[in-house]
Each structure stands twice: as C-alpha cells, then as structure tokens.
Design a binder for this molecule. Structure first.
Ligand code: L34
Length: 291
C-alpha cells in the first residue's frame, strides 16, 4: 500500500511555483496577486482561507483577504465583485464557499470575470474544461489529477467510481478522468444519493473518488483488493479530548480500507493541501494568460 502524501506533493508544487515567481520578479515585473473573499465566520472556511493566504506568502505572491460580515447583502457582495473585476493589480480571486443562505451562490459565481476566476467555477470556464479547452480547472479536481500524475497511477481503461456529483468536485473529476490523455481514458461511473446498489459498483471499481462528506462511509467490504482510494471528504467531528475541540476525517474508513488499497490518500494531508497548491497554480496561469 502506498500512502499518497498530499502535503509533500503540495509543497513540491509550491516550490516549483516559487521558482517561477522568482523569475517573474527578476524581470522587474510585479508578483502574482491572489485575493480571497470570505463572507461570515465559518470556522472551516476561516482555516482554508487562512491557509490560502499563508501559502501565497510562501511562494512570493501578493495576497489580499477581503472579509465581509455575515449580514453582507447579495448586492453588497456583487458590488465588491464588480470592484475586484476592475482591479488591474489583481490576477485572480475566489469567493470562498459556502456563502450565507441569503446570498444566491449562482448569481455570485456568474458575476466573477472568467479571466480572474481561478476557482474555475464560472459556467464559461466549466464549459471550456468540459470541451478540453485551455482554462482554469477547479482546484480540488486539478489537485487530484496532479496526485494521479505524480504518483503515476494507471487510469487507462480503468473503472473509476466517483461518489458525489457536486459542481466543485464530483462532476468535474468525472469529466477529467474520462477525457483522453495519459492520466485519463478511464470509464467513469458517477454515483449519488439515488444510485441503486452502490456497493456492487464500488466492489468492482479500480479507483474510487469519494466526495461526499460522510465520515466512514466507504468501508472495507465495499472495495476490492488493489483499489486506488482518493478521499476528498473532509468533516470536522466534535471531540472534547482534542486540543481544537474537533478532529478532521474523510469519507473512508481508513484503518480497514488501507490494507486492501494499492494507493490511498489520508485525511488530513491528502487532497486538501493539493487544493491550495493548485489554486496558486491557477493564479500563476491567470498571470500568464492575462498579461
Ligand atoms: N471558492 N470555496 C471555493 N474554492 C474552494 O476551492 C473551496 N474549497 C472547499 C470549500 N470551499 C471552497 C477549499 O478550498 C474545500 N477547500 C479546502 C481547502 C483546503 C483544505 C480543505 C478543503 C485543507 O487544507 N485541508 C487540510 C486540513 C485543514 C484543517 O485543518 O481543517 C488537509 O490536510 O486536508
């Protein structure tokens, strides 16, 4: 069993980005600049956005954290977005999800200038991805593809079962893995809440990508020997015995599944850190494409 080290791979990618930033600065050009908008005080979102800002510093990017109160209206957020779209000192930005319930997420994502949409969530970027045109690939699926590539995991003709059909992970990874290419050409099944007999599907999966958010959902009897496990789930479970008052866990019952797996990503330290590294990568791409 190979434990896929997302943290180390993410650090490697960040080092590669840092080298590119050095080269940009040595030409007398300004550093790439990423901004993140965070509405409200969700604990997990604060952690993720904090990590994004720290990672910017690490690779030599400029960064801006724009924090807006929970009560921010949709109109106020849209006004902020219009401002960021016009800001020439900014290469890319993201609006951290989830947004408070009174704000229409779709409207917000549509308002982001696709050229600065380093999350790749805008319909035009998602469409470009589906059509295999040059674009920003959403950071989490991009990170998964990088792990598969850097660990040289064979996907040709393999049966991939994706659990979950979210716009951020399940749907895009299902598209990417079925595309032509060295780390594509897989046969992909997208499973979701209406899927009948999920176990029968996962039992014959060569690769399982679980993006559900239910701790311990994927158990040993659901997988075959030699399976590749990509665990995208990340849930905070309250636990008073822990320093932070919670621990983080994935969708996969790691202890029972790992012995059967050929490759497996841990949580934490798997896909999560890769999401952040690939957001930086997209910002660097924005810089190249827009200048
Ligand atoms: N707009 N919203 C937008 N873009 C995104 O790409 C995200 N996502 C998801 C939530 N909302 C978003 C993230 O950034 C999930 N996500 C994310 C980013 C980083 C990590 C997890 C999820 C991460 O760093 N995980 C660490 C543990 C962090 C912790 O201590 O909680 C890990 O090792 O998995």
């Amino acid at each position: 069993m190979v434990l896929i080290d997302g943290k180390a791979t993410a650090n490697q990618i960040k080092n590669e980005i840092a080298e590119e930033v050095k080269a940009i600065k040595s030409k007398g050009e300004r550093a790439p600049h990423l901004a993140a908008v965070l509405v409200g005080n969700d604990g997990a979102s604060l952690t993720y956005v904090g990590s994004k800002v720290r990672s910017c510093e690490k690779v030599g990017f400029d960064s801006s954290l724009i924090r807006l109160p929970e009560e921010t209206t949709e109109a106020e957020l849209l006004a902020k977005i219009a401002e960021l779209n016009q800001d020439d000192t900014l290469d890319g930005y993201i609006v951290q999800l989830p947004l408070p319930k009174h704000i229409d997420e779709e409207k917000v994502l549509l308002a982001i200038d696709p050229k600065k949409d380093v999350d790749g969530f805008h319909p035009s970027n998602f469409g470009r991805m589906a059509l295999e045109l040059e674009t920003f690939i959403p950071a989490t699926p991009f990170g998964i593809m990088q792990l598969i590539e850097r660990y040289d995991i064979d996907t040709q003709g393999k049966h991939v079962v994706v659990i979950g059909r979210s716009h951020i992970v399940g749907r895009p990874i299902s598209i990417l893995m079925s595309q032509k290419g060295a780390y594509g050409n897989a046969t992909v099944t997208v499973a979701h809440s209406r899927t009948k007999d999920l176990k029968a599907l996962t039992q014959q999966a060569d690769i399982i990508v679980s993006a559900l958010g239910v701790p311990g959902f994927v158990t040993a009897e659901m997988v075959k020997d030699g399976v590749v496990i990509i665990d995208v789930g990340i849930t905070r479970v309250e636990d008073a015995s822990k320093e932070k008052g919670y621990y983080i866990t994935g969708d996969v019952d790691f202890d029972s599944v790992a012995p059967k797996a050929s490759y497996i990503t841990p949580v934490p330290g798997g896909v999560g850190p890769m999401t952040i590294a690939m957001l930086l990568k997209n910002t660097l791409l924005a810089r190249k494409w827009n200048s």
